[in-house]
Each structure stands twice: as structure tokens, then as C-alpha cells.
Ligand binder design. Structure first.
Ligand SMILES: C[S@@+](CC[C@H](N)C(=O)[O-])C[C@H]1O[C@@H](n2cnc3c(N)ncnc32)[C@H](O)[C@@H]1O
Length: 262
């Protein structure tokens, strides 16, 4: 794939991100933590504002940090459509969660929808946790949202075959979009999978278009994260297995750590 295509594909990902993940049921969880935080939330990897904007709509101040200019531009466009009293609660910053200095302390830092899993190396993860710790008020909370690895997905070649991510639906302009996903490569030595999201578009005139966004996604195991957090100055307060705050167990879909700055 040429560099040109790769960046177009990221543009595609930014354009269709919200529709692809509209079924995700995590927004209330994060909004409730922001409501309880009594101060500004910092969201790392805020993407298109899927969680950030509903948080501001509930009256919470929130700063979003995002590395991708395309995702951030999409987020900015959506923020601009909001009324003034919501817009003024939102600050957007382009930056890398492994090396940021916002010059402010927050009572709550969040990483919704696994943005921390984009950090592949332990060095990046430790650098990120160090930055988070520096930006938290004493006793401030970090919510680290990760998936609970389903072991066959880490080696079984059946996941190399495309499976549906989002059923076909009609877009406001008459085009139809369907998303599929597959694992391109397993890297058990580096503890990450190379993942593809495939966007299949059908136009009203019968044309079709297919674009692929691929990226590496790190997976974490429970006690690895416990060590990482403890070594990075955090005390684990909760470990949830889903966004209904169920206790983490073997079959939990999620692995959500709530950790306090020590
Ligand atoms: C799966 S999306 C989650 C977006 C948003 N938090 C949500 O819940 O919809 C992960 C986001 O993290 C961003 N990201 C990845 N690595 C990053 C980094 N090093 N620093 C900041 N953002 C990063 C990606 O560009 C992407 O927008």
C-alpha cells in the first residue's frame, strides 16, 4: 500500500469512526465518572469526541488529547456544531499521550475505547503512565479501559478471515456502509495483533469502494497491568469486567482499571 493510500485510509477511518462504533455502550460509564470528578477530565486519545462531547453535554469540563490530526479535525467539526455553553467546556489538543505537558492538573484522566492499547512497547506505556501521574491532582483517578484478551483471538488463524463489525446501513448522503474486520498478523512475541478494519461503501450509482485501515493493537494481561500501575505510582481501586461495573472474571469482555494516584 502506498503512503498516499495509507493516509487516505486514515481519513476514511476518521469519517466513519462514529457510525462504525455507534453500538458501543461505554459512554454513561465515563460520563458518570466525570460527573463525580468535581473538576476537569482529561481524555487521552479522544478520537472524534464520541465520549468527549456527551461528557460536555452533561455539563462537565473536558480536555481531549489526540495524536491524529484527522480524528482531531473531525472532533473539532462536531464540537463547532454544539451550542456555545457546551463548546466552552471543551479544549482540544493535538499531542502524543506518551509525551505531553498540558501545564494543568486534573482529578480524572480517562482512556476510553482502548486508546492505551495503541502503545505497543513497555517504554511507551511507562512514559504515558508517568505523564498521566504528573497531570493528576493528589488522589486523582485514572481509568484505563482495555479489553480482556480472548485467547483464541491471539493465535487462531480463523480470525484472519473477515468478519462483520457493523452491518450495512444507509448514510445520510445515500451511500451504504458496511464494516468488517480481520487479524492480519499475530505477534505473540511482542504481545500485539496487526488488525484491519475494512470499510465497504456502495454508491447510489452502483459503484463500490473498499478501504482498509490497519494498525497494531497491544493486548494486556491482568497482572501485567497491575505491575505497570503499581510501578508507575498508582494504587488500584477497582477492576471492572464491563461498563455495568461487574466484577472482573475470566469471561469478562473488558478489563477496566480505576487507579488512584499514590
Ligand atoms: C479506538 S480510538 C478511541 C477514541 C475515543 N477515545 C473513543 O472512545 O471513541 C483510539 C484513539 O487513540 C488515538 N491515539 C493512538 N495513539 C495515540 C497516542 N500516542 N497519543 C494520543 N492519541 C493516540 C487514535 O488516533 C484514536 O483516535
Amino acid at each position: 500500500m502506498s503512503e498516499n493510500n495509507a493516509s487516505e485510509d486514515k481519513e476514511f477511518a476518521a469519517e466513519f469512526y462514529d457510525i462504525s462504533y455507534s453500538g458501543r455502550k461505554d459512554i454513561d460509564f465515563f460520563v458518570n465518572y466525570s460527573l463525580g470528578a468535581k473538576g476537569k477530565t482529561l481524555e487521552l486519545g479522544c478520537g472524534t469526541g464520541r465520549v468527549l462531547i456527551p461528557t460536555a453535554m452533561e455539563g462537565c469540563e473536558i480536555t481531549g488529547l489526540e495524536i491524529s490530526p484527522l480524528m482531531l479535525r473531525r472532533c473539532q467539526e462536531k464540537v463547532e456544531q454544539q451550542p456555545e455553553q457546551i463548546r466552552k467546556l471543551i479544549t482540544l489538543i493535538q499531542g502524543n499521550m506518551t509525551e505531553f505537558n498540558i501545564g494543568e492538573k486534573f482529578p480524572l484522566v480517562t482512556t476510553p475505547f482502548r486508546s492505551f492499547q495503541h502503545l505497543i512497547s513497555t517504554e511507551e506505556q511507562k512514559a504515558c503512565l508517568h505523564c498521566i501521574n504528573e497531570h493528576l491532582e493528589p488522589g486523582g483517578l485514572l481509568i484505563l479501559d482495555l479489553f480482556n484478551p480472548f485467547l483464541p483471538r491471539l493465535y487462531d488463524t480463523k480470525y484472519e478471515i473477515e468478519e462483520e463489525l457493523t452491518p450495512e446501513s444507509e448514510l445520510p448522503d445515500g451511500r451504504r456502509l458496511r464494516c468488517t474486520t480481520r487479524t492480519l498478523a499475530f505477534h505473540r512475541d511482542g504481545q500485539y495483533n496487526e488488525v484491519e478494519i475494512i470499510y465497504c461503501l456502495s454508491y447510489p450509482d452502483g459503484r463500490t469502494e473498499k478501504r482498509v485501515h490497519s494498525f497494531p493493537l497491544r493486548y494486556f494481561f491482568r497482572y501485567e497491568v497491575e505491575h505497570l500501575l503499581n510501578l508507575s505510582g498508582f494504587r488500584i481501586k477497582e477492576l471492572f469486567g464491563d461498563f455495568e461495573c461487574s466484577r472482573f472474571c475470566s469471561d469478562s469482555p473488558e478489563m477496566i482499571f480505576v487507579a488512584e494516584k499514590r
